[in-house]
Design a protein around this ligand. Structure first.
Ligand code: SF4
Ligand code: SF4
Length: 259
């Protein structure tokens, strides 16, 4: 970790977590072959999963995981944004709101909170989980649940060299085809690949399992037609939409509002 006497020529980086499982931060630590290069190339000043001695000052890059789920986190995020030149949302919770937002805006938030946390005395001003860009400008998005090293390392490399990271532009189906998988839909099996942002390498269909959408919604998808297709397999519309919402967070609402 950094100290105040660290090399000023290295980009200063802070890695933060709001509400999430910390899996994205863990993924970075688990890049065991690259972790030393990362710590050598960057001045990692704040990363509480790696050190309990963070230095909180101006950052070149802030990587932020997790949804904003309390007023305190909102204030923390605003403060991080203020002192960071580039802010990257990492993981499904930060990019779309996460599984904690699967019932976003359905009016049951307070009841659900009470059921789980009782009188909520130990949580300061909770709110429905929302993605970072509901409150601040996000410069780059690194989707995934968790993020993958295949995308995270090129993003870090590009930022290190002053270039813009390139997001993966295709849905999961594109990667599924590259893996030469037989499409599950041909056997009338549930799969959300067409509706889901690619980048994971179609890992689930490659093991015969359906994509459940954990990399978040693909903005170019035809949600209406895919819901109709899955209904034709014997699922109810409500069940299809419930599954689409599992990892869709707040962002999914714009795509399913007319279904
Ligand atoms: S199995 Fe799923 S991800 Fe693969 S091509 Fe079919 S719908 Fe797409
Ligand atoms: S659920 Fe879909 S997006 Fe998530 S890892 Fe599996 S195939 Fe990839």
């Amino acid at each position: 970790m950094s100290s105040d006497s660290s090399d000023k020529s290295k980009p200063r980086v802070g890695i933060y977590g709001l509400t999430g499982c910390a899996g994205d931060q863990l993924l970075l630590i688990h890049c065991e072959d690259e972790i030393l290069d990362i710590f050598n190339a960057f001045d990692i000043r704040s990363f509480v999963m790696a050190s309990s001695n963070p230095i909180e000052d101006d950052m070149d890059v802030a990587l932020v995981e997790g949804s904003v789920s309390t007023e305190e986190q909102k204030e923390h995020l605003l403060e991080i944004r203020k002192r960071s030149k580039i802010l990257v949302a990492i993981g499904n919770c930060a990019t779309v709101g996460g599984v904690q937002a699967m019932y976003a805006q359905d009016g049951t938030f307070k009841d659900r909170m009470k059921k789980v946390y009782g009188d909520m005395k130990f949580i300061t001003a909770p709110m429905e989980g929302q993605p970072l860009d509901a409150f601040v400008t996000v410069d780059y998005y690194l989707p995934g649940c968790p993020i993958s090293a295949k995308q995270a390392l090129p993003l870090l490399s590009r930022l290190l060299h002053g270039a813009s990271p390139e997001p993966f532009p295709h849905p999961v189906c594109h990667e599924c085809k590259l893996q030469e998988n037989k499409c599950l839909l041909l056997d009338k099996k549930f799969c959300l690949g067409p509706l889901t942002q690619g980048g994971c390498g179609a890992v689930c269909p490659s093991h015969g399992l359906p994509c459940v959408g954990c990399w978040g919604p693909n903005p170019d998808a035809n949600f209406n037609e895919h819901v109709k297709l899955l209904e034709s397999f014997g699922m109810t519309k409500d069940e299809v939409i419930r599954r689409i919402r599992n990892f869709g967070g707040h962002k999914i609402l714009q795509y399913i509002k007319d279904l």
